[in-house]
Design a protein around this ligand. Structure first.
Ligand SMILES: NC(=O)c1ccc[n+]([C@@H]2O[C@H](COP(=O)([O-])OP(=O)(O)OC[C@H]3O[C@@H](n4cnc5c(N)ncnc54)[C@H](OP(=O)(O)O)[C@@H]3O)[C@@H](O)[C@H]2O)c1
Length: 320
């Protein structure tokens, strides 16, 4: 069992990961910039003011064997920064490079970085999922910053011998999910119609518990060293089937109405929601064969089980 420094433990993924790593018997130190949320386990905490190129991590890294770096600037629904790429770079690139560099100097054995599938791009042609060998083509400032962060982390490892593991998840959902997935559940639960273009598109998603299971394996598995690991639920549903399963889990059948692509995209453009319409129409699939074979790993939850858990939590909180 390892002594682990975990960043981002106040967030959606990090909170679940902290609980899992403790349950696995690891010892944890959490790096937090805000007071620990009440439901976080009471373990050692390193307080810092924010991720950037100036953070002094020396007080956090003593005795640490593994860093799991989950903190990052993400989910910015309404960007207010004058220079979004600069803001993403300051936190995600400079902050990750600084942490990885200091971790390498402190003889940390392994650095696990939670990146994103968006480094590959925003959509895949039919039948051609992203694979570990796909050339990255990030399309927005967030994805650009995560790719640059991956490269900075890998460079710190190459210079020092510190092992690095880069995990690229697509959209993560699970109990307590926020942003677009939450809006989708609210929309279905209110019985509102969802315009849908049946283009046959499929999207890879990953349940938080499946991602956390993989990250827990990445802490120790010898073959994870210096790898880039695609992750998903391993089962990509077409959008109508996803909505149907989610509706069933919510006890409220999803009301989909068919719309031609030009109408959906045109309407969305007028509402400033072009990216969302593109997502509803296009595929984004990830081939996780490399991760499965290398680590002998399979997602423990089926997509049906994970959607049911997510919907049950949503219903419990929206009724309570
Ligand atoms: N959720 C997804 O769908 C998804 C998909 C792919 C990749 N990811 C990646 O997974 C990681 C975790 O995502 P999440 O969904 O758990 O996000 P989240 O709920 O927004 O949590 C983000 C975490 O990062 C911390 N953080 C953000 N900005 C920071 C800053 N400037 N300085 C220090 N800490 C900062 C937050 O701390 P505070 O609580 O103090 O704000 C929080 O602990 C991110 O790196 C994200 O890029 C997420």
């Amino acid at each position: 069992m390892s002594m682990i420094l975990l960043t981002g433990a106040s967030g959606f993924i990090g909170r679940a990961l902290a609980a899992r790593l403790l349950a696995d018997g690891h010892r944890l130190r959490l790096a937090l910039r805000s007071p620990p949320p009440k439901d976080l386990p009471s373990v050692g905490v390193f307080h810092f003011t924010g991720l950037d190129g100036g953070t002094d991590w020396s007080g956090a890294l003593a005795g640490i064997e593994t860093v799991v770096h989950c903190a990052g600037r993400a989910h910015i629904m309404k960007e207010t920064a004058a220079d979004p790429l600069g803001e993403f770079r300051r936190c995600n690139v400079d902050g990750s490079a600084r942490l990885a560099g200091q971790a390498a100097r402190a003889d940390v054995r392994r650095f696990v970085f939670v990146s994103t599938a968006k480094v590959w791009g925003e959509q895949t042609p039919p039948g051609q999922p992203f694979t570990v060998d796909t050339v990255p083509a990030p399309a927005d400032p967030y994805a650009v910053s995560k790719l640059e962060a991956e490269r900075a982390v890998a460079a710190s490892g190459a210079d020092s011998g510190m092992e690095t593991v880069i995990v690229r998840p697509p959209l993560v959902y699970g109990p307590g999910v926020k942003a677009n997935f939450l809006r989708l559940m609210q929309w279905i639960a209110r019985g509102r119609p969802i315009p849908l273009v049946d283009t046959g598109s499929r999207r890879s998603l990953v349940a938080r518990d499946n991602l956390v299971d993989l990250l827990a394996r990445c802490v120790n598995h010898p073959l994870a060293a210096n790898q880039i690991l695609p992750v998903s639920d391993g089962e990509d549903l077409p959008m109508p089937a996803l909505l149907r399963q989610l509706g069933e889990a919510l006890g409220k059948p999803a009301r989909t109405i068919r719309a031609p692509a030009w109408l959906l995209k045109g309407g969305a453009r007028l509402l400033g929601r072009q990216a969302m319409a593109d997502r509803l129409c296009a595929s984004l699939q990830i081939d996780i064969g490399h991760t499965r074979r290398l680590l002998d790993w399979s997602p423990p939850l089926s997509i049906g089980e994970a959607l049911a858990q997510t919907a049950a939590d949503f219903l419990a909180h929206s009724q309570g």
